[in-house]
Design a binder for this molecule. Structure first.
Ligand SMILES: *Cc1c(COP(=O)(O)O)cnc(C)c1O
Length: 324
């Protein structure tokens, strides 16, 4: 069964409130995450009325640490995906399967807070350690929680998937009314889930093959033509990041258009940001860099006008491109 709420933060609070109020929830010290915006796992526990039972250390937590912490007052074992940071080096933490085996032995539900919510078809470019939604469910997590607006590429929402009995407890909790999404969110989420995966823009942008990006960048450079003054262009390989709190140290190979020779790359970037449409490129060692990965082909003509305006030291005012 599934429950949809406003975001994954709400999914975490609701789950803890519905299943663990006044009781203990075991979490590894290596997984006490802070998400952007000051959402901190220990504070969320306190807000929801659950009691945080930390186990292990920052880098090493063992199955035995979890097992020793189990008491009659243990409500849940919570695994939190360290979606926006990594602990590397001398590290170890039980797999989800090991936690589920432990949970079954002691009849304690295991909740998997994935956050980023990567679907399995990201495998070609995802970091090896990125847990997938389907893998979490297949491993036997009692509930799997994730955002709809991170790697899923849908509207802002939180998804709770898993055992019907537990989902129903969440749905009937008094907090549910305060965290339920509006109808537009539900409609947008349904539309996203009904699309073929290849049609979701975030996926298209993350998965675009470097060869295709190179061809597009070649075409774009040709259409841009010669820029005024001492500005020169080149096409270079570079690396990019998923952003949005996912895959924090996972560099993705990419292709960029590099502009050099402006009096100041910062000044050039500022003119582009102030224009209409605003253009946000990347400044690196007094060059200005553009990755077409996140540009819709339909927006390229407006982008070219914006670049020409900035190259002349002016701010562009291009009417917006109609959207589908
Ligand atoms: C991002 C994240 C959340 C919060 O998700 P939002 O949808 O942004 O509220 C919760 N837990 C984890 C592990 C996350 O990565």
């Amino acid at each position: 069964a599934a429950a949809i709420v406003n975001n994954c933060a709400a999914a975490t609070v609701l789950t803890l409130r519905a299943l663990a109020v006044g009781r203990e929830v075991i979490v590894s010290r290596g997984q006490l995450i802070e998400i952007g915006g000051g959402f901190r796992m220990p504070d969320i526990m306190a807000t929801s009325g659950a009691l945080l039972r930390e186990v292990g250390t920052t880098n090493i937590t063992r199955r035995a640490d979890y097992e020793r912490a189990i008491t009659p007052n243990t409500a849940l074992i919570l695994r939190v995906h360290t979606s926006n940071y990594r602990i590397r080096g001398h590290t170890s933490t039980p797999s989800l399967a090991e936690l589920i085996e432990l949970g079954r032995k002691h009849q304690i539900p295991v909740i998997d807070d994935l956050g980023s919510g990567a679907m399995e078809d990201f495998a070609p470019i995802a970091p090896a350690e990125e847990p997938g939604v389907l893998a979490s469910i297949a491993a036997g997590a009692c509930l799997t929680l994730f955002s709809a607006d991170k790697l899923l590429g849908g509207p802002q929402a939180g998804i709770i998937l898993g055992r019907r009995k537990l989902v129903e407890k969440c749905l009937s909790n008094d907090l549910m009314r305060a965290v339920r999404p509006d109808k537009f969110t539900l409609a947008a989420l349904q539309a996203t889930l009904e699309l073929d995966a290849e049609a979701i823009p975030v996926r298209q942008m993350l998965l675009v093959p470097p060869g295709e990006l190179r061809r597009r960048t070649d075409g774009f450079q040709e259409a841009l033509g010669v820029l005024p003054g001492a500005i020169t262009q080149s096409i270079e390989t570079d690396t990019t990041f998923a952003g949005g709190g996912s895959w924090p140290d996972h560099a993705i190979p990419t292709v960029v258009l590099v502009l050099r020779g402006m009096p100041s790359a910062e000044g050039f970037a500022s003119l582009l940001r102030l224009g209409s449409p605003p253009v946000i490129g990347r400044v690196h060692e007094n060059t200005w860099r553009l990755d077409l990965r996140t540009i819709r082909p339909a927006d390229e003509p407006a982008l070219i006008q914006a670049l020409i305006a900035a190259a002349h030291g002016t701010v562009a005012t291009v009417p917006p491109t109609p959207t589908r």
